[in-house]
Design a protein around this ligand. Structure first.
Ligand code: CU
Length: 391
């Protein structure tokens, strides 16, 4: 009977786990690849690509390597085939893997030319991770051997009891040194690496076009996975009113939410943010790249973002503003509204903490029962304001 109970628990566990399954990826490494730079010229690089398992020699590489997208609970198998003269590995950066699957040559093994291996791991944490080659890392990574790993909950929840999102985007920052790309045979010494080409998702400058814009429609809750696999410190600066909130870093929930329009990301770090916009925006996220020793500004990219926050009613009114004071507030606020309507106070998790009807003009709203923290006040007409509660 006890055995049956254990068996039932295991069975139940698998059922509750939902859609967990085996996911297979076929990744190759290539060294004689070419890609197009922002100025229209081409450059050599080394990188990862997908191959068809029926013909491992056919894969083509790209910068960054293909994103390994899996669901929480999946058992992930990466079948790696090295189609290049140098030895390589796949190091699963930030993922809980055992030593044999870690891709660090000193503690596991390298994959020589035309050899293959299957790296395996269980995607037991949602979040944003990276992978890169760990052979002569300074050179192989700078040559382009990296990519992103995303682990997503099937219900689009960031983590257990975390916020829900409806849409997500990935922004992977990286850099390169053109003289190394042109002549990878004698790049050293490694400390002379000076990045002079800066990318987001393998593209730079004018290659980052409107077509790739982050688009937020009125019903969207957008998550953005930010990561840096370059050798520079990156600074992501969001337009005012887009209201990014970082909930996770390095594949784990942050102990304190980070609410800032500027997010600093050091090499190897990742942040998962959700946008809680309070206005319409047609602008850019600015990504600046800084030297790791002296923090000088060495590069910049802009990534288009388009937020359609206002609902239909608001299109007919003359974009009035919602005035809230005092702010920060402790026990009550005055909300000055141009139109009679409902207001909804929402916390950073998107949970409604108060909803009340307001008349035109000044209204006093009691907030005594709301805990300290940051909130957004949405007005039915489509306007909104930030509110800090501090008792
Ligand atoms: Cu390598």
């Amino acid at each position: 009977m006890r055995h049956l109970t254990v068996y039932l628990f295991i069975l139940l566990g698998f059922t509750l786990n939902g859609y967990a399954q085996k996911k297979h990826f076929y990744l190759t490494a290539k060294m004689n690849s070419m890609f197009i730079l922002d100025d229209g010229s081409t450059s050599a690089f080394w990188g990862y690509g997908l191959y068809n398992p029926s013909n491992p020699m056919n894969g083509a590489a790209r910068i960054p390597g293909p994103t390994i997208e899996v669901n929480h609970g999946d058992s992930v198998h990466i079948h790696f085939f090295n189609n290049s003269p140098e030895s390589h590995t796949i190091h699963l950066h930030g993922l809980d893997v055992n030593q044999v699957n870690d891709g660090v040559p000193a503690t596991s093994f390298m994959i020589p030319q035309h050899d293959s291996v299957t790296y395996k791991f269980l995607a037991n944490h949602t979040g944003t991770f990276l992978y890169h080659c760990h052979v002569n890392t300074s050179l192989h990574l700078a040559m382009g051997m990296y990519g992103m790993v995303t682990v997503t909950d099937t219900n689009n929840i960031m983590y257990e009891n975390g916020p829900r999102f409806t849409k997500s985007y990935n922004l992977l920052a990286s850099d390169g040194m053109r003289s190394w790309w042109d002549n990878p045979i004698s790049p050293g010494p490694f400390h002379l690496y000076e990045a002079d080409y800066f990318m987001i998702n393998g593209q730079a400058g004018s290659q980052l076009t409107e077509g790739q814009a982050i688009k937020v429609n009125p019903d969207d809750t957008v998550m953005i996975r930010l990561a840096n696999i370059g050798y520079s410190l990156t600074k992501f600066i969001f337009p005012e009113g887009s209201n990014p909130i970082a909930y996770m870093s390095d594949g784990r929930k942050l102990p304190t939410l980070l609410e800032s329009d500027t997010i600093l990301i050091y090499p190897g770090e990742r942040y998962s943010i959700i946008l809680r916009p309070i206005e319409d925006i047609e602008d850019f996220i600015t990504i600046s790249y800084h030297h790791m020793f002296n923090y000088t500004d060495i590069g910049m990219n802009t990534y288009p973002i388009s937020i359609d926050f206002f609902n239909k009613i608001s299109e007919n009114i003359d974009r009035p503003s919602l005035i809230v004071y005092p702010n920060p507030a402790s026990s009550q606020i005055t909300v000055n509204t141009p139109l009679p309507a409902n207001i909804t106070i929402v916390d950073v998790f998107g949970r409604i903490v108060l909803q009340t009807f307001l008349i035109e003009g000044a209204n006093i709203v009691n907030i005594q029962n709301i805990a300290n923290g940051s909130y957004l006040i949405y007005h039915d007409s489509g306007i909104a304001a930030k509110l800090e509660i501090c008792k």
